[in-house]
Design a protein. Structure first.
Length: 237
């Protein structure tokens, strides 16, 4: 349940559980040439099952589960940002609208999308978008009330069309200007059976703000856990 991402020739892993089943904040980097692991600067918060993306030369660890004040696991709506040049972490300025773990995230049109996940023993179909253009270039709106100028900050996180199916522990990738949500778990804890993985694939069109199923399905193996993968040479794996 650690997060992972490949960036600039290195494989990074983030958080997860230790051998005592405690959530940790450690970060490790694997060098394929030297075939060695190296500890990097730890995250600010203990975090397991986060979504991890690369955006603007930084790594983002999104959501997950953390350690509460009473040492009980809690769902997170926080995001941390890692600068590989300085080997330092900082907290992202805006929390998500929804707490969630085992969610998936991707960047589309320079906006960050966080999809699905798990909260309160249920898989989610919620999708949130962080509008980086709004946040950076137009953070304030102006209105007049009784001839007085009133300013307020527009929320950078926006709720967009939810997925057709609730999913957690699944994959989201950007491909040809659209988001592809692939596989995962789709049932609540009460509904879980021996095999409750979902093989469906759906695609998000940001211009139509809509999700649509595609005919392609994942091939489910015996006793599957979840679907993960990557985008290599414009093909999804």
């Amino acid at each position: 349940f650690c997060g992972a991402v490949f960036f600039k020739g290195f494989l990074y892993t983030f958080g997860g559980y230790d051998i005592d089943n405690k959530i940790i904040n450690s970060v490790e980097r694997y060098c394929f040439e030297k075939k060695k692991w190296k500890f990097m600067s730890p995250m600010i918060e203990e975090r397991c099952a986060p979504a991890v993306i690369v955006f603007d030369n930084h790594i983002y660890a999104i959501g997950g589960r953390g350690r509460g004040s009473d040492s009980e696991d809690v769902y997170l709506d926080t995001i941390e940002v890692y600068d590989i040049e300085t080997n330092k972490w900082s907290m992202f300025e805006e929390r998500m609208e929804n707490k969630r773990s085992t969610c998936a995230a991707a960047v589309l049109n320079r906006n960050i999308y966080v999809c699905g996940g798990w909260y309160n023993e249920k898989a989610l179909n919620f999708v949130e978008m962080f509008d980086t253009k709004l946040k950076r270039f137009d953070p304030l709106k102006f209105h007049y009330c009784n001839k007085q100028l009133i300013t307020f900050k527009e929320a950078p996180w926006k709720t967009v069309k939810p997925m057709n199916k609730a999913r957690e522990q699944f994959l989201v990738v950007e491909h040809h200007g659209k988001l592809w949500a692939i596989g995962g778990y789709s049932k609540s804890k009460k509904e879980q059976q021996d095999d409750f993985c979902d093989s469906s694939v759906e695609v998000y069109d940001s211009y139509k703000n809509s999700w649509a199923y595609v005919n392609t399905k994942c091939e489910l193996k015996t006793n599957p856990l979840y679907v993960s993968g990557c985008l290599i040479k414009k093909k999804n794996y």
